[in-house]
Design a protein around this ligand. Structure first.
Ligand SMILES: Nc1ncnc2c1ncn2[C@@H]1O[C@H](COP(=O)(O)OP(=O)(O)OP(=O)(O)O)[C@@H](O)[C@H]1O
Length: 573
């Protein structure tokens, strides 16, 4: 593949950090400077379900897409070295500290914490879009912490603290019913496992040298713009799918939708269309159950976790979860939402400010404009009302008729004011079980893993009818697990005071080895030549954000006979 062949003389493997579907991620140290630690993803050159050539094509494609961003975006895990031997590929990358999904297991986060995280998520998405890439698989599992997670008090401790706040009623909690609810929420129920915007002593330490709190990883499902124009491929994690993702073509807006689902999760610990906690989502939900809920269940903020959450936060969630991709916020617009101005002021002044002078995007300028402002509410402090732990709960998606989504509900859908969703093929209604948790990247064609929808659609039935009645009934059956499980605890969880003693993040941004650019240059060449549309510069017009535009462009390209096929197969490598 043209990668370096001397991995073993450069690095020594220390311990396993995690396992993915295809490889193992190791912590490794440089042999020249053992204090220089990196993460190394070791991928076998042959996978069970495909040939060596197909496997290598998959790896090359992901590396090329990732590499086109890494280096240009500080919100993406940095790709530092590329090695191979006879049996494996070694992707040397920035050492991170677990994924966001794990870090947020202890429940909803405070608003400043969620804002700091979402700022990084949207910035990563914006940078992807500037490079003509759709991330496609935006979800907490694909954002890694850049510094060790902080220990949070156990759920019980937070509930206790909540009770004591109720009893003792500190001044902030007495300020008014509304403010009191917010204070209790922030104090006890919501903490911040990510070292940013925490106690003042932490904030002071988060100087400009410290980078984003989370970075994006895993570009295996990502699509270049021309792939989107050709109809994309059905990759990603269905529960994070935008409505248009259940149809044949979509655009960059799917990433903002998925980030909206993430924001809802960060603030409430729940998925937006199911009234149950994240860990209680029923495994094995059918694709059409997911689809009907995503396309038609109302977005509500009724669960107790939303009490005390600001109107701005809800407004941003609602605008990111706009079912019409043409009016949905772009990543850049989302970054300009007042909610960020409110909570990110300190972060902008500290960890995001001084090091971003080269970033001239409007979002960046907006961020700089607000760098001196003070947040109107204090950052989270330890204590108040944890949600009642785990009462058995039925999880029901909202009414399929509550909001329109053409194609999803047959005669019952389509009333939703401007939805331009392409009718969903009936084949999608074939009850194919989703992967265990409907959270995993479920697909790639073109040599990558098979997709539930691809699988369903491959029976050739492309008619837009037939899914609705039974599917609509089934949507109401999307259920939580029958009984809630205990809240998972972070292994280090102990007490608020131990949280305050957690180590600070590493200060500097890792620098790629010199060979990386050269190898990537060789890999990006074919991608671009194939019309991959991967760019190292910024562009990203409004049109590109609109899947209608993508479809129109694909149609025009097809008319011009340039090979757009609309069939969703990748030929990028
Ligand atoms: N740079 C990193 N630093 C620290 N830990 C990492 C890093 N990259 C990945 N990990 C850990 O390793 C685990 C597996 O990562 P990997 O990217 O292989 O899994 P995955 O998301 O399932 O990807 P894929 O579906 O492509 O196999 C992650 O869950 C994460 O905890």
């Amino acid at each position: 593949m043209g990668f370096r062949a001397d991995f073993n003389s450069q690095y020594s493997l220390l311990e396993v950090l995690g396992k993915g579907n295809f490889g193992v991620v190791w912590l490794a140290a440089s042999r020249h400077d053992p204090s220089h630690q990196v993460a190394v993803k070791i991928l076998p050159k042959v996978r069970e379900d495909k040939s060596r050539e197909e496997t290598l094509a998959c790896i090359k494609r992901e590396v090329a897409l990732w590499g086109s961003l890494s280096g240009d975006s500080r919100y993406v895990a940095q790709l530092l070295g590329l090695y191979e031997d006879g049996g494996s590929v070694y992707l040397v990358q920035q050492r991170c500290y677990g994924d966001l999904a794990t870090a947020m297991q202890s429940g909803p986060l405070s608003e400043p914490c969620a804002a700091a995280i979402m700022w990084c998520v949207l910035s990563a998405i914006r940078d992807c879009h500037d490079h003509h890439l759709a991330m496609v698989d935006v979800k907490p599992q694909n954002f890694l912490l850049t510094s060790p997670p902080l220990a949070l008090p156990a759920a019980e401790a937070r509930a206790e603290a909540a009770a004591s706040v109720e009893a003792g009623a500190p001044p902030s909690a007495k300020a008014g019913a509304k403010e009191g609810a917010g204070a209790r929420r922030e104090a006890a129920q919501c903490a911040c496992p990510v070292p940013l915007l925490l106690a003042p002593e932490h904030q002071a330490a988060h100087t400009a040298a410290h980078g984003p709190c989370v970075v994006a990883c895993d570009f295996g499902c990502s699509l270049s713009y021309s792939e989107l124009m050709r109809g994309g491929r059905h990759g990603g994690s269905p529960i994070f799918f935008a409505p248009e993702q259940f149809s044949s073509s979509y655009g960059l807006g799917v990433d903002v939708w998925a980030a909206g689902v993430m924001l809802y999760l960060l603030l409430s610990g729940r998925y937006p269309f199911w009234d149950c906690k994240r860990e209680d989502i029923k495994p094995g939900m059918k694709p059409y159950e997911v689809m009907l809920a995503v396309c038609s269940a109302p977005i509500q903020f009724l669960s107790p976790e939303w009490r005390g959450v600001s109107r701005d936060a809800r407004d941003l969630v609602t605008r990111m979860l706009d079912r019409n991709p043409a009016t949905r916020l772009t990543a850049e617009q989302a970054l300009e939402h007042p909610w960020f101005a409110r909570w990110m002021a300190q972060a902008a002044h500290g960890s995001h400010g001084a090091t971003h002078t080269a970033d001239k995007s409007p979002a960046r300028q907006h961020q700089q404009r607000h760098a001196g402002a003070s947040p109107s509410r204090p950052a989270a402090s330890p204590s108040a009302a944890a949600p009642a732990a785990g009462a058995p709960k039925r999880c029901v998606a909202g009414s399929p008729n509550a909001a329109g989504c053409q194609g999803a509900g047959g005669s019952s859908g389509g009333g939703g004011g401007g939805s331009n969703i392409v009718p969903v093929p009936a084949a999608v209604a074939v009850p194919v079980a989703l992967p265990a948790d409907v959270l995993s990247c479920s697909s790639m064609d073109g040599g990558c893993p098979a997709d539930v929808f691809h699988h369903a659609a491959s029976n050739g039935n492309d008619s837009g009818s037939g899914a609705a009645p039974s599917a609509a009934a089934a949507a109401g059956q999307a259920a939580c697990l029958p009984a809630a499980r205990p809240q998972p605890q972070h292994p280090q969880a102990s007490s608020p005071s131990s949280a305050r003693q957690a180590p600070l993040p590493p200060p500097s941004r890792p620098v790629p080895e010199p060979h990386v650019q050269q190898v990537l240059g060789q890999m990006l060449g074919p991608l671009e030549a194939a019309g991959g549309g991967v760019s190292s510069g910024s562009a990203g017009s409004e049109d590109e954000h609109n899947h209608q535009s993508a479809a129109a462009a694909a149609a025009a390209a097809a008319a011009a006979g340039n090979g757009a096929n609309g069939g969703g197969s990748s030929n990028a490598v």
